[in-house]
Design a protein. Sequence first.
Length: 141
Amino acid sequence: MSAKEDPVVVVRSSVLERERTVYFHVADKPVSYELGKNRIVYIGATGVGSERIMSSIAERIPEAFKIHGVNTIEVHEIACAPRRGIKTWRLLERACLLVFRETYGQPPRLNTHGTGLWWIKESTFFDLDQLRRLIRRYEKG
């Protein structure tokens, strides 16, 4: 019998701080896209509660590990200030997908939607340069 020294999953209590948020699945190695490389392989949003983050990673792990050279996936939370009567987490998810596609020529590898998205009102709620910088932070391994 043996036990691995490193944990397979680490969950921080901060996952419980917000009910609705956007998250990135980030690989340990940069993944090739049409217009460059980035370690982000999935962009998603929670509906209500952190359970969606856990089920999302469980659903996508088999496909993620089929990507050449990928051995580890981290989940990073992306948040914005809430606004009354506006589903800001949904707008932020769309804005991240649109900026990613604009920058790399296609949506993240594991996203099944994102190719047919068009800007509606996302750019009025978020600083797109700040989103570009945020996404580019994950270019290096």
